[in-house]
Design a protein around this ligand. Structure first.
Ligand code: PLP
Length: 329
């Protein structure tokens, strides 16, 4: 049994020593561990919220996700800082400080024993006290943190063989003025609709445009284009209309490391059509190659060589301890 210990016992009776083994007991946190404000630590299957919570009822919540690989958090402080900015932006004030959150995240990983994990921190609006008017400012916010085994947004074998297929969504991204995409949120109506349209077309995922026809982001990722014919190689990613992804920030740093130019600016859809390579990036998968855009092959329908070099370097640097914070299990 994974994550279990066999207990050896010995008992001396006169000159005899009797020994036995207690069968292994599976760690009840092995499938994932969670923390809820006011409740404490529970196995992932026992982490529950109330159906009356505005976090559920109105998607009135914010969250962040950090990855753990080989027992190390990646850019943990960046994720906690963005989580705090998101909470402040939504006027959410849970009782936990940033240091508390960091301690909780370490503890759930320690409890679970997971070495490669998807680690979420959520803040929910809560509910007004019983009988009180249904006013949002009467709610008390709370935090849920949990870890589960690491999950890939695009399956690893697809990344390494054919590359992912993307289509441009006919549904535009909800305007920034309505839902600020820099605050990580649960308003996934447009992203979910775009995902289903992509699956119907045999694609893996979708990219959404803003009202001006510029690229924004997709269901759970930022997008980057590569112009390999320019010197130096140029990587381009949208400036607005998207989450300021932590992986996108890592891509910007990787470009410097690898001698590429990186431009963060408005990126029209047409530029994606003529780009030499396209990739998507996120915490749940890192750098992932796109080999088909709107039914048209990129790089002969294979993952692009520059993308794959960046992807390799990303994972190598992580193994070398880049922005890593070690977990004590
Ligand atoms: N955009 C959206 C809508 C996301 O949900 C995510 C991550 O889940 C990203 C971009 C990528 O952000 P990060 O690299 O910080 O995971």
């Amino acid at each position: 049994i994974a994550n279990a210990t066999v207990k050896e016992s010995h008992l001396a009776i006169g000159s005899d020593v009797i020994s036995w083994q207690t069968p292994p007991v599976e760690n009840k946190f092995a499938k994932g561990a969670a923390y809820l404000s006011g409740v404490g630590y529970v196995p992932i299957s026992e982490a529950k919220i109330s159906v009356t919570d505005y976090g559920y009822r109105r998607s009135d919540a914010t969250y962040d996700v950090v990855s753990v690989w080989d027992g190390n958090f990646f850019r943990l402080d960046d994720h906690i800082a963005r989580f705090r900015r998101s909470m402040d932006g939504l006027r959410m004030h849970p009782p936990e400080s940033n240091d508390d959150i960091k301690r909780i995240l370490h503890e759930i990983l320690r409890l679970s024993g997971l070495k490669n994990a998807y680690v979420a921190m959520d803040c929910l609006r809560g509910v007004p006290p019983p009988g009180a008017p249904r006013r949002t400012d009467f709610c008390a916010q709370y935090i849920i943190c949990y870890c589960i085994p690491y999950a890939w947004l695009i399956a690893k074998d697809i990344q390494e063989t054919r590359g992912a297929y993307i289509v441009t969504s006919k549904v535009p991204r909800i305007p920034d003025e309505c839902v600020d995409p820099t605050i990580k949120n649960f308003h996934w109506g447009d992203l979910t609709k775009a995902s289903f349209a992509a699956y119907d077309q045999g694609a893996d995922t979708a990219i959404l445009l803003d009202q001006k026809g510029n690229l924004t982001e997709g269901p759970g990722f930022n997008i980057c284009l590569i112009h390999t014919s320019s010197t130096p190689i140029r990587v381009v990613t949208p400036e607005r209309g998207c989450l300021l992804g932590v992986t996108r920030q890592s891509v910007i740093e990787l470009c410097e490391d690898m001698g590429f130019e990186c431009e963060v600016r408005a990126v029209p859809k047409e530029e994606m059509e003529r780009a030499d390579e396209v990739f998507i990036c996120t915490t749940a998968g890192g750098i992932m190659p796109i080999s088909k855009v709107d039914g048209v092959d990129k790089c002969g329908g294979k993952p692009g060589p520059v993308t794959m070099a960046m992807r390799t370097r990303y994972w190598e640097k992580r193994a070398e301890g880049w922005h890593a914070e070690q977990i004590s299990y």
